[in-house]
Ligand binder design. Structure first.
Ligand SMILES: Nc1ncnc2c1ncn2[C@@H]1O[C@H](COP(=O)(O)OS(=O)(=O)O)[C@@H](OP(=O)(O)O)[C@H]1O
Length: 382
């Protein structure tokens, strides 16, 4: 009796384990099927988390390439979130990307495979011309501004620099629009290309797209900006002559060489004059590159107001990273990804003789004052 009871219990246990294995298999197969159709990836992620994936430290080049890759690659006729997931890039990298567009290397394809699995929700919205553009200045802090803005749920920005209004204007407005991320009603489309500010033809061209475009200029002390610009060129060309030999026409006279682009870009008043021929001052917002570092939340408040956005990006998004020496974005919950801009942003500058810096300061002084008058803001560089 005892033994037959054991057998019944034993058989019952066997059946139970088979049933649970069966149900486990059904669950696993259902999950795989679900994933194969792409729905796993469309599971809602918090916007801030998604932005975190966009942000920095990944290889800039590959992300720029992702950004400029034609959407047809995802599914025939299906748009992509590449614009959303694209990330920091220097102008030079974008140029390289343009060179390769629309073809892609195996490495880029591998890189893009993760982005290309982002399904369904990518198809919402339409590609619009940007309503706001960060037009300058090179080395002003334009990347930081764009990445900080991309936290905002109502901002969608193309990550790479399109260079449409300076280098690629002949590709036409539809080409430009095709680079833009999709937006829903109420969202703002943005791009940044810092060289627009110094491009003679850019204001007329932007106006012929839309004369109501909002224009953001991140400005930084032109002397530090010139050194930053020089540092970037030096990093790509270590044989570059010294800063002083490029900045001065002649070391004995101390005359500044205004034909050197690193110097010329800092003549903000001159460049702004050109833009004011086409746009009223009210269309511009001048962001202090210095304050974007010392008080990112404060500066972001001004930018959001200018764009007519709710103040979503605030001091709770930033922390000062002691190692980098710059503000970085706080990690969203559950993420271990670094949240600072890449190595090419915020790098140490070479030491420049103080008399050369002073000479440059003296040179810029009248231009800076003119710029303060024109913009109605004193940036305190002198
Ligand atoms: N949060 C944060 N992290 C890192 N770097 C920051 C940040 N905010 C502003 N900056 C400053 O941005 C400078 C680079 O400016 P841009 O992004 O406009 O450069 S570029 O024109 O796109 O190449 C870069 O210049 P360098 O310091 O010379 O590298 C930084 O000083």
């Amino acid at each position: 009796m005892g033994c037959s009871g054991c057998r019944v219990r034993f058989n019952f246990a066997k059946v139970l384990s088979k049933v649970s294995v069966f149900f486990a298999m059904v669950l696993i197969f259902t999950y795989f099927f679900y994933c194969l159709t792409g729905f796993c990836d469309s599971a809602p992620r918090s916007l801030y988390t998604q932005q975190a994936l966009d942000y920095d430290i990944l290889d800039d080049n590959r992300r720029v390439l992702d950004d400029l890759r034609p959407p047809a690659r995802l599914l025939p006729g299906a748009p992509s979130l590449w614009n959303r997931t694209a990330a920091p890039a220097d102008a030079e990298q974008v140029e390289q990307a343009h060179g390769q567009h629309p073809s892609v290397s195996a490495e880029e394809a591998a890189q893009s495979s993760s982005s290309s699995s982002i399904p369904v929700s990518n198809t919402f919205g339409i590609k619009r011309f940007p309503q706001a553009i960060i037009i300058g200045v090179k080395k002003g802090g334009t990347r930081a501004l764009l990445e900080f803005l991309r936290i905002h749920p109502d901002v969608r920005a193309v990550g790479a620099e399109p260079h449409f209004f300076d280098r690629f204007y002949d590709r036409g407005l539809e080409w430009y629009r095709s680079l833009m991320p999709r937006t829903l009603d109420g969202q703002i489309t943005m791009e940044k290309t810092p060289s627009y500010f110094i491009t003679k033809e850019a204001p007329g061209r932007v106006c012929s797209m839309n004369c109501h475009t909002k224009l953001i200029v991140v400005v930084r002390d032109p002397v530090t900006r010139a050194v930053s610009d020089y540092t970037q060129t030096l990093s790509k060309n270590p044989g570059l002559p010294s800063f002083q030999s490029l900045a001065l026409k002649n070391s004995s006279t101390g005359l500044i060489d205004t034909t050197w682009s690193a110097v010329r870009i800092g003549l903000y008043a001159k460049h702004l004059e050109n833009w004011l021929q086409h746009f009223p001052l009210s269309h511009f917002l001048f962001v202090s590159g210095e304050r974007l570092v010392s008080d990112p939340a404060g500066e972001m408040g001004r930018v959001q107001d200018f764009l007519g956005l709710k103040r979503v990006v605030s001091d709770k998004h930033f922390y000062f990273n002691q190692t980098k020496g710059f503000p970085c974005l706080k990690k969203p919950e559950g993420s271990s990804r670094p949240r600072c801009l890449g190595k090419s942003k915020g790098r140490p500058h070479p030491e420049i003789p103080s008399e050369v810096l002073q000479r440059l300061r003296d040179f810029y002084k009248p231009f800076n004052h003119r710029f303060y008058q024109m913009s109605g803001q004193d940036f305190g560089w002198d």
